[in-house]
Write a protein that binds this ligand. Sequence first.
Ligand SMILES: Cc1cc2nc3c(=O)[nH]c(=O)nc-3n(C[C@H](O)[C@H](O)[C@H](O)COP(=O)(O)OP(=O)(O)OC[C@H]3O[C@@H](n4cnc5c(N)ncnc54)[C@H](O)[C@@H]3O)c2cc1C
Length: 394
Amino acid sequence: MQPTTPRIAIIGAGPGGLTCARVLQRHGMPVTLFDRDTSAGARPQGGTLDMQPHSGQVALQEAGLDEGFRALARPEGQEMRLLDRTGTVLLQRTPAPDEEQSPEIDRGELRRLLLDSLAPGTVRWGHYLRTLHPIGDGTHKAEFDDGHTATFDLVIGADGAWSRVRPLLSDATPHYSGVTFVETGFDDADTRHPAVARLVGDGSMMALSGGKGLIAQRNSGGRIRVYAAFRGSQDWAAERGLNLDDTEAVRAALLETFTGWDGQLLALLQDNDGGFINRPLFALPVPHAWPHTPGLTLLGDAAHLMTPFSGMGANLAMLDGCELARALALPRSLKGAGGAPVADLDAAVRAYEAAMLPRSAKAAEGSARGLDNAFAHDAPRGALHHLRHRLRHR
Ligand SMILES: Cc1cc2nc3c(=O)[nH]c(=O)nc-3n(C[C@H](O)[C@H](O)[C@H](O)COP(=O)(O)OP(=O)(O)OC[C@H]3O[C@@H](n4cnc5c(N)ncnc54)[C@H](O)[C@@H]3O)c2cc1C
């Protein structure tokens, strides 16, 4: 027998978990969301995301947040250019003035939009999930770092790359993709760094050659985020005896890596504000699946971590969250209140997994291909082909 009001926990207040919570609440289903961050503003949320029409935007509509999204979105951020190491522009895509296909939004603004839409008290900040104990009938006892415990009929692992929920379902662990991003950026770029602002334009710029890349994207508030990307060991810095906090030493190592690249591209590593952050890229095996297990499931990166070369990770996480919530809410809304059987959690989770697993496997394959093309030795040839194909099939 399912309980009349299922106790649902979501672990992780990223785009996927927040979307799931919001859609559940719109259908009148109670949910508690736990996140390890101590507050909504505890850490910077990262760069910009393009919200795609068949995934992120579908989820935002189902969440009733389309209007709020449009108010924050930057349609001009759809501009994109691909260059080679000499600075020659190989492909430029400029959106039409009224084009709203895949507008950009900063991750921080998206998170705020979703958070503000939730009932007060939905998110329990400062709750790092340590373990889950199966206690029979598909229920699990969650144990948090602060010693707090609670029992749930369904635990949804939306806790990202290093999920603590995933080990109960699958032995898979993320593997290093062979590519590292080193992040830096520019503040108030139009005024303080006009040449960099012109190089990057209103959207994103990617210069690729021989297994390396300089990638830059415009965020809101005049910020430009930059990634120096290269194939190499995950421990590249330690192997060179580099301290990653030593900005000048990292800069020198990166400039050496990009020796021979055009000066306007190298300015991305020379004139930046602040230091460098090392971000090795990880991915789960493809396909990643697990035997259906009552009382547990995964969404977003916890289920299908892929490198950013699909441009879909957050979009898929939101679609997962939306579809799972809809599946959980549907039997309830069909049968209504008043003593009728309530949500069949297990059937809903099965239906969600049956659609989500093949969809995410396809995207993860595309992402792996995108990464291979971008960092192939004959790059940017394959990347040019891949981008043209993506733009034709948007
Ligand atoms: C450089 C880069 C660029 C990207 N660009 C894009 C892009 O343009 N478009 C796009 O769609 N995607 C992009 N992505 C991918 C995207 O960032 C992720 O796919 C997306 O954030 C996944 O969302 P999520 O909700 O599944 O997980 P996350 O965003 O990782 O959120 C997980 C949440 O869980 C919390 N958490 C983790 N562990 C625990 C625990 N044990 N207990 C409690 N809470 C926990 C974390 O604090 C976090 O809030 C990019 C990724 C990278 C690295």
